[in-house]
Design a protein around this ligand. Structure first.
Ligand SMILES: [Zn+2]
Length: 65
């Protein structure tokens, strides 16, 4: 476990949401967000934007043309 800076944690957060982080880095980011005053709001915003993008993604086999 290492201490992340805000910029690093925010950078990693988008990878975390995409499921591209190792368990160790995920723990580092979650630890930072849990202990930071400013990152939780940003992290929640990222999560909700991601959820909306996933919802917009066409389901497999769905064709628009
Ligand atoms: Zn922070």
């Amino acid at each position: 476990m290492r201490q992340l800076g805000c910029a690093e944690a925010r950078d990693l957060a988008s990878d975390l949401i995409d499921g591209e982080l190792s368990a160790e880095l995920t723990a580092d980011v979650e630890n930072h967000v849990a202990n930071c005053r400013t990152c939780p709001a940003l992290y929640r915003a990222l999560v909700s934007v991601h959820a909306r993008l996933v919802a917009l993604r066409p389901s497999p086999g769905f064709r628009t043309s």
